[in-house]
Design a protein. Structure first.
Lengths: 419, 531
C-alpha cells in the first residue's frame, strides 16, 4: 500500500515539476481560472424577490391599478372630512376623440356612509388648444357634516352635525389669454337639502341651532350661479411647488330660484407666492385667501353655503368646519425644507377668521394655529401629506393624499370647498 | 491511510520546500486579456432598479475593502494598468487620441439625413419617450428627446458624456445629435408601441403625434434628439457592480474589485453621472472571430452634467445619496438650519445646462444616487489611475467635446466647458497626490525615467525623490539591497529582477518599481504604490 502511494506521489510531483519547466505565464493563469469557472457555469438568475419586482414593473401593475381595466379603476378619498376612508369605482377615459375629450364618472361611499356621485366631461383642445370646456355634475349625500354655530365666536362645545344633500351642475369655459393667464366663465345650478345629522356622537344641528342662528336650516333652496374668474399661474409645478406664484380671483352671482330670499354675490380671491432660497431646498410658501359675500337684503347666507374655516387646508389646528359665516379671511405661511429627495418637512402658521359683515374683515382678532408637517413626494409630486396643527383648542393630525394650497375655480356646490 | 491520501501528503511535503509563486510571470505585464472563451449559452435577464436601490442602500453586497482589510484592485496587470478586455480598452491616456478622434466617439455613423426614418418600435412610458428607427440604409438607432422646457438639456449631456466615456476606455454606444421635422418620420408596417400600461399594440399616426407632443422642440419647430447607434449583439441585461455573471466564464473578477469599475467613480464624478447604477449598463452577447462572448457597456448618459433626463438635476445630485441617515437627520432635527454646503452652489440660469457647477464640487465627497460597491472600494491607486486619465484631456479637447453637444446658446457651451475644466483640475489636485504622482516608468540609457504628473499638470512642486535599488528574488519575493545603488542609474546585473524603492523624504507615500533584466535588456515590469 505505501508503495502504491509513493508511486502516485512520484507521478504527481514529476508532473508538476515538468510543468514548471515551461515558464508559467499570466495568460495561462487567467485561462485556467476561466476554465475552472466554465465548469461551474449556471444561469445568472436573480432572487425570487427581485424577479417579482421586475415583473411588477414590467407588467405595470401599479400603473394598471391606477389606470384600471377598460377605464374602470378604484378611486380613494376625496370626500368631506369626518366621513372616514372613502372609496368606490371610477370610470375614466382620457383618450376619447384622439385625446381631446375627457370623460370621468365616479361613485364613492365612505366608512361613515358619506356618498358622492359625479360625472365630468372635458373638451381640452378647443381654439387651437387655447380654450377648454368642462361640464360637471355631482350629487353629495353627507350624513353628518359638522357645524359649530355661526360666527367667529362659536364655541368648540357647540359641535353638532347635519346632513347635506345637494346636486349640482356646472359648466366652465376657460380661455388662455397669455401663456400663464386664463379667463374662466362659468355657470351652475345647485339643489340643496339639509336634514338632521346622522352621527350618534353629535347632536343634530337642528336641535340646538335656530333658523336665526343657522339660516336655511329649516328650509333649503336652489341656486343658479354665474360668474367669471381670472387666474395668473406661474408656479414651476402645481404638484410640489418650489417657486412662482398663483393668483386667482372669481366673482359669482347666486340667484335663489326657489324661495327667492337668499340671492347673493360672492368674490373669492387667493394669492400664493413661493419664495425659494438655498437652491430651492428651502421655500417660504405664502397664501392669502379671502371670500366676500353680500346682498341687497342684508340677509345672511344659508349656513350650508357659507365659507368656513378649520381643517387640513385652512386652520390646521382646528377641527374641520370649525367656523362658518358670510365672509372669510385666511393667511398661511409655510417654511418648507427638504430633508432628503423624497421628503420635505414644513413648519406652518395659519391665521384667519370669519365674519358676518364684510366690513369686519381685518387683521385683528384672528384665530391662529401653528404646526409642522411631512410631505412625501416622488419626482416632485406630493403623494402623502401629514400635518399636525396646534391651536388653543387642541391639536389636529391630518393625513392627506394631496398637496395643500389648492386654488379655484370654485364650483357651485358648497361641498366643493376645501376640507 | 488510503493510497490517494498518502500521495497527497507526500506531494505536499515535497512541494512544501518550494517557494511562493513567482511574482512576475514570463509575459508580464500583459497589455490585453487573452481572447475570451466562447460562450455556449447566456440568457438575458432583467434587474430591478428598486431592488438594486434597496440592496445597495440598506445592504452590503459584494466584498468591501476596509481600512483594516484593504483589498487592492484586480483585473490589472503588474504595472497597475487595466489590460484591454471586453470591459475596457485603453485609449486616451496610454495611447493619446487626437481631438478629432475624441470628438468622433464610439464607432458608428449618424443616421442618413436623406430619406425617411422608419419607426420600428416606440415607447411612450418611462422617464422620457423614445423611438427605435431604421435609416435609409437599414441602420438602427434609439432616439431620445429632451423634456419640454429644457431643450438640449438631456440630449447634449448624453452626447458629451458618451464621448468622454469612450475616450476614457469604456464600451458605449455612438451618440449623435439629430434635428428633424415631423415629416421625416414614417411608421413601419408592423410598428408596435408599448403604452403607459405596458400594453403592446400597433402604433398609429396619432400615437406618434402624442409622443412628439411631450418632447421639446426648437424655435423653428423642429425636433432635436439623440440618435444612439444600436449596439451590436443581443442584449443580456445590465451588469451588477458586485459579484460576477454566473453564466460568463470570462467574468472571473468580482466587479467590486475591478479597477475599471472602481476608477469609474472618478469619471462619473467629473461628469456628474450620479445615475451610474446597474440599470444604466448593458451586457451584450456578441459574436466575433467565431467566438460568442459578453461585452460590457455603459449606456444612457442623459442624466449626466446638469441633467436628470426629465428636467434639471437636483442640487443634491452628486453631493448626497438619495437616502442616507446622518445629513437628513441633521436637517430634520435642526429644522433645516443645518445647511449642506451644496445648498449654496450657484447654477446658471440656462435651461439647457440644468444644475451643473464646479465651485462646490468636491471630488472626494462626490457620490452617486446610491451606494455602489465598486465605487466604495476605490483606493488611492484606483483613483490615481483614473485621475491621470481625466487630466490627460486638454482644455481644447474638452471644449471640442462640449461643442459636439451642439448647444444653441454659446453661454451653455462656455459654462459646461469651464465647469469640466475646473472639475478636472479639482480631481487632479485631490487625487494625483494621494500616492506619489509618478507614472510612465521606463528604462532609457540605463536609467529609470518617469514623469511627475503633479508637476506636469502644474499641481505640485518638483520634489526630490530618493531611489534605492535592491535585487529582487522573483521566487521568494525577498529583496537584497545593492550597496551604493541610489539614483536613477540601474545597478549592473546580467539577468534577474531589480527593485527601485522610490520615496520622498519622510512621506508615507512610496512606490516600488520592478525591472526585469534579461539578455542585456531591461524592462519595467511592475509598479506597486503605497500610501
Amino acid at each position: 500500500m505505501p508503495l502504491k502511494a509513493a508511486g502516485y506521489a512520484l507521478l504527481c510531483v514529476s508532473a508538476l515539476l515538468h510543468a514548471q519547466v515551461e515558464e508559467p505565464t499570466r495568460v495561462a493563469e487567467i485561462l485556467v481560472e476561466r476554465e475552472a469557472k466554465a465548469k461551474s457555469l449556471q444561469p445568472d438568475d436573480i432572487t425570487p424577490t427581485e424577479r417579482r419586482l421586475v415583473l411588477f414593473k414590467q407588467k405595470k401593475v401599479l400603473e394598471r391599478f391606477t389606470a384600471g381595466i377598460g377605464g374602470v379603476r378604484a378611486k380613494l378619498g376625496g370626500l368631506a372630512t369626518n366621513g372616514g376612508f372613502a372609496f368606490g369605482p371610477e370610470y375614466y377615459r382620457g383618450d376619447l376623440a384622439d385625446g381631446s375629450v375627457r370623460f370621468r364618472s365616479a361613485a364613492q361611499v365612505s366608512l361613515r356612509g358619506f356618498q358622492k356621485y359625479d360625472i365630468e366631461l372635458g373638451l381640452a383642445r378647443l381654439a387651437g388648444g387655447r380654450a377648454a370646456v368642462d361640464l360637471y355634475a355631482v350629487h353629495h349625500n353627507y350624513s353628518s357634516l359638522q357645524y359649530y354655530g355661526p360666527g367667529p365666536d362659536s364655541e368648540k362645545t357647540g359641535r353638532s352635525a347635519y346632513r347635506l344633500e345637494d346636486t349640482a351642475f356646472d359648466g366652465n369655459l376657460s380661455f388662455r389669454l397669455f401663456p400663464r393667464m386664463s379667463a374662466i366663465g362659468s355657470v351652475g345650478y345647485v339643489m340643496n337639502n339639509v336634514g338632521p345629522g346622522q352621527d350618534n356622537r353629535f347632536i343634530s344641528a337642528d336641535r340646538i341651532y335656530s333658523p336665526a342662528q343657522a339660516p336655511g336650516i329649516d328650509q333649503q333652496t336652489d341656486f343658479l350661479r354665474y360668474g367669471g374668474a381670472l387666474q395668473f399661474d406661474y408656479r414651476d409645478t402645481p404638484f410640489a411647488t418650489r417657486r412662482g406664484g398663483n393668483y386667482f380671483i372669481q366673482a359669482s352671482k347666486f340667484l335663489d330660484r326657489k324661495l327667492n330670499l337668499y340671492d347673493f354675490w360672492k368674490v373669492d380671491a387667493e394669492a400664493q407666492q413661493y419664495l425659494p432660497f438655498f437652491n430651492e431646498r428651502r421655500v417660504i410658501a405664502l397664501r392669502a385667501r379671502t371670500t366676500f359675500t353680500g346682498n341687497e337684503s342684508g340677509r345672511p347666507l344659508p349656513f350650508y353655503m357659507q365659507p368656513n374655516l378649520g381643517g387640513s387646508e385652512t386652520l390646521r389646528g382646528y377641527r374641520a368646519f370649525r367656523f362658518h359665516d358670510n365672509n372669510l379671511l385666511l393667511m398661511s405661511a409655510e417654511y418648507r425644507y427638504e430633508v432628503f429627495s423624497g421628503l420635505d418637512m414644513a413648519l406652518f402658521a395659519d391665521a384667519g377668521k370669519v365674519t358676518r359683515r364684510k366690513e369686519d374683515i381685518s387683521f385683528s382678532n384672528l384665530e391662529s394655529s401653528v404646526g409642522f408637517g411631512l410631505r412625501f413626494n416622488v419626482r416632485n409630486n406630493v403623494f402623502l401629506r401629514i400635518d399636525c396643527g396646534f391651536s388653543h383648542e387642541g391639536f389636529q393630525v391630518w393625513l392627506k393624499f394631496n398637496k395643500n394650497f389648492t386654488a379655484g375655480p370654485y364650483r357651485t356646490s358648497s361641498s366643493q370647498g376645501d376640507y | 491511510m488510503r493510497p490517494a491520501a498518502l500521495a497527497v501528503l507526500i506531494v505536499a511535503v515535497c512541494l512544501g520546500q518550494r517557494q511562493t509563486k513567482p511574482r512576475f510571470l514570463a509575459d508580464d505585464p500583459i497589455q490585453a486579456m487573452p481572447a475570451p472563451n466562447s460562450i455556449e449559452t447566456a440568457k438575458p435577464r432583467s434587474l430591478s432598479d428598486q431592488y438594486d436601490y434597496f440592496l445597495n442602500t440598506f445592504g452590503h453586497p459584494g466584498e468591501l475593502s476596509t481600512p483594516k482589510n484593504v483589498i487592492r484592485a484586480r483585473a490589472v496587470n503588474t504595472l497597475g494598468e487595466v489590460p484591454d478586455s471586453e470591459w475596457y480598452t485603453n485609449r486616451h491616456y496610454l495611447h493619446p487620441m487626437t481631438t478629432a478622434q475624441i470628438v468622433a466617439g464610439a464607432p458608428g455613423q449618424p443616421p442618413e439625413s436623406a430619406g425617411p426614418w422608419t419607426i420600428v418600435a416606440a415607447k411612450n412610458e418611462g422617464v422620457t419617450p423614445g423611438f427605435t428607427i431604421l435609416d435609409k440604409s437599414g441602420r438602427r438607432y434609439v432616439m431620445k428627446f429632451d423634456p419640454p422646457g429644457y431643450q438640449e438639456l438631456a440630449t447634449a449631456a448624453d452626447v458629451i458624456s458618451s464621448k468622454f466615456f469612450h475616450a476614457l476606455g469604456y464600451n458605449v454606444p455612438a451618440n449623435f445629435i439629430v434635428e428633424f421635422d415631423r415629416e421625416h418620420l414614417v411608421l413601419g408596417d408592423e410598428t408596435m408601441l408599448t403604452d403607459s400600461l405596458g400594453k403592446r399594440r400597433r402604433m398609429t399616426s396619432k400615437d406618434l403625434g402624442d409622443v412628439l407632443s411631450t418632447v421639446a422642440r426648437n424655435e423653428q419647430g423642429r425636433y432635436r434628439a439623440v440618435a444612439s447607434f444600436y449596439l451590436s449583439g443581443s442584449p443580456l441585461g445590465p451588469f451588477r457592480y458586485h459579484g460576477t455573471r454566473k453564466d460568463d466564464p470570462n467574468d472571473i473578477v468580482p466587479h467590486e474589485h475591478r479597477r475599471d469599475l472602481r476608477g469609474l467613480r472618478l469619471f462619473c464624478a467629473w461628469l456628474n453621472h450620479d445615475d451610474s447604477r446597474s440599470i444604466n449598463t448593458l451586457d451584450m452577447l456578441v459574436q466575433q472571430g467565431g467566438r460568442k462572448f459578453v461585452r460590457h457597456h455603459l449606456i444612457d448618459f442623459g442624466s449626466t452634467l446638469g441633467s436628470a433626463t426629465y428636467g434639471p438635476n437636483s442640487p443634491r445630485s452628486g453631493n448626497e445619496y438619495v437616502f442616507s441617515w446622518k445629513r437628513p437627520a441633521a436637517e430634520f432635527f435642526t429644522l433645516g438650519l443645518y445647511l449642506p454646503h451644496w445648498t449654496r452652489a450657484k447654477f446658471p440660469r440656462i435651461n439647457s445646462v440644468g444644475r451643473f457647477e464646479s465651485e462646490v464640487f468636491d471630488p472626494e465627497q462626490w457620490v452617486p444616487e446610491y451606494k455602489n460597491p465598486a465605487f466604495l472600494n476605490q483606493l488611492p491607486d484606483d483613483a490615481f489611475w483614473a485621475a491621470r486619465q481625466i487630466m490627460a484631456f486638454t482644455d481644447e479637447q474638452i471644449q471640442a467635446v462640449v461643442e459636439s453637444g451642439k448647444y444653441s446658446d454659446p453661454r451653455a457651451t462656455e459654462w459646461v466647458t469651464q465647469c469640466l475644466i475646473q472639475r478636472r483640475d479639482k480631481i487632479g489636485r485631490a487625487y494625483l497626490q494621494k500616492v506619489l504622482p509618478l507614472d510612465r516608468f521606463a528604462i532609457q540609457g540605463g536609467e529609470l525615467t518617469f514623469a511627475d504628473l503633479a508637476v506636469a499638470h502644474g499641481m505640485g512642486q518638483k520634489q526630490p525623490y530618493t531611489i534605492s535599488w535592491s535585487r529582487f528574488n522573483n521566487e521568494t519575493h525577498a529583496s537584497e539591497p545593492v550597496a551604493n545603488a541610489t539614483g536613477a542609474k540601474l545597478p549592473a546585473m546580467n539577468s534577474g529582477f531589480l527593485k527601485a524603492a522610490i520615496t520622498s523624504g519622510s512621506d508615507k507615500r512610496a512606490l516600488d518599481v520592478f525591472v526585469r533584466v534579461k539578455g542585456g535588456k531591461s524592462e519595467v515590469v511592475g509598479v506597486e504604490r503605497r500610501w
